[in-house]
Design a protein around this ligand. Structure first.
Ligand SMILES: [Zn+2]
Length: 402
């Protein structure tokens, strides 16, 4: 057992206030945790036997790329509308007592929390935008190399969005953290900049984003912050674990933390006000060594999802990744298969979920149209209905009781 060390980190004052936002954030000291790889909190690991990062090391990357060269996605790319339908988003406010989520491609989801009880009809609650990436390519340059989106951004660009109060980033991979999108959003909302929540040591990768310093928070797993938006309500965001990794360059692998997030509407006293949402971001669940979507009984699954359900569930709505899972020997540690996603639904105690992390970029070896089919099969195995966990149209919304 690693010695528990204490380290003093510099934090901003406990509460920061902009004209329209009040942010209460953790203060004081941070303790070295099992997922810290050093005393400074600037390198991280997945601390469970369910993660096997060695499967992605050395020659495995070359083997993954080589095998991918022989896989054709031509049929699916010829007409993606056969397996992912697209609709114009309806960004009208969530009805009173309801949470509304709109899928904007890959892991990007806009969650609209219920309007405050005393709000006038048609007024909105807090708008939280997760992992906005509206660029064509998800990579360091738009010129070449990185995958190109095969479905459009359903709202066009940031100008198509309603006002955003909070932006939440799961981790710094390019398909989740996109500097041009964030920059455009902060430029558009210069008068009302959203709060920006990111996992520990991620700020160093956000150069060029014009977010005011007092609107930005880095959180470690199990830390939370409450964002109160004048006239809209308050949401408590808890940074929760994920089984994944990070990198912006070949030299900074796992130097920033990765996370899922729980978002809970709260009242003025900080008590739950109904409307709990869990954003899975980008995560694996277990690790398997061969092309199976079953779980190897000799290997434990990541225990954190049950803990998330126990401590923060049940969730009115969960946003759970289902794509980019093949080949399993290479990707199972970091990406859910649809069966992993269905089991995760139960672990975290979701009442309803929509699938994310598919239908946008070709990142792995499975047919692009396969994730929804395997999700349907996974529902049978786990005992879920399509009303409980399904895909939705790109730009489509679901509304659930808070
Ligand atoms: Zn990732």
């Amino acid at each position: 057992m690693r010695a528990r060390l204490f380290t003093r980190l510099r934090f901003a004052p406990p509460a920061a206030a902009m004209a329209h936002l009040t942010i209460s954030r953790p203060d004081g000291t941070r303790e070295r945790k099992d997922h810290w790889a050093n005393d400074e909190g600037t390198a991280f690991v997945n601390p469970w036997p369910s993660a096997n990062m060695k499967a992605m090391a050395g020659g495995a990357v070359a083997k993954f790329i080589w095998q991918g060269l022989w896989i054709s996605k031509k049929d699916d790319l010829a007409d993606p509308s056969r397996f992912v339908s697209t609709t114009t988003p309806d960004f009208s406010p969530a009805p009173q007592g309801s949470v509304k989520a709109t899928w904007l491609g890959h892991a990007c989801v806009l969650v609209s929390f219920p309007p405050p009880a005393d709000a006038a009809p048609g007024e909105r609650g807090v708008n939280v935008l997760f992992d906005p990436v509206f660029s064509v390519r998800c990579g360091p340059t738009q010129l070449f190399g990185a995958p190109k989106r095969y479905t459009p951004v359903p709202c066009g660009d940031v100008d198509g969005l309603p006002e955003i109060d909070v932006v939440v980033i799961s981790h710094n991979h390019y398909d989740h953290e996109d500097i041009p999108t964030l920059h455009a959003l902060y430029k558009k909302q210069a008068a009302h900049p959203p709060a920006l929540l990111v996992p520990l040591n991620t700020l160093r990768t956000l150069g060029g984003v014009a977010a005011p310093a007092d609107s930005v928070l880095e959180l470690d797993w199990w830390e939370d912050a409450t964002i109160s938006v004048e006239g809209r309500g308050s949401v408590r965001l808890t940074c929760t674990p994920a089984q994944h990794t990070t990198a912006r360059t070949p030299f900074d692998s796992a130097h920033s933390l990765w996370a899922s997030w729980a978002a809970q509407a709260v009242d003025k006293a900080g008590e739950n006000a109904g409307g709990a949402v869990w954003f899975g971001g980008d995560t694996g669940y277990c690790c398997v060594e061969s092309e199976t979507h079953e779980i190897d009984p000799s290997r434990p699954v990541c225990p954190e999802f049950e803990r998330i359900g126990r401590e923060l569930g049940p969730f009115s709505l969960a946003l759970i990744p289902i794509g980019a899972y093949a080949p399993r020997w290479f990707l199972s540690t970091v990406h859910n298969s649809p069966l992993d996603a269905a089991r995760m639904f139960k672990d975290i105690q979701a009442k309803k979920a929509i699938a994310i992390h598919w239908g946008t970029w070709d990142l792995s070896h499975e047919p692009l149209s396969e994730p929804p089919r395997l999700l349907a099969a996974a529902r049978e195995v786990v005992g879920l209905t399509p009303e409980q966990f399904d895909t939705c149209a790109l730009g489509g919304s679901v509304v659930v009781p808070a």
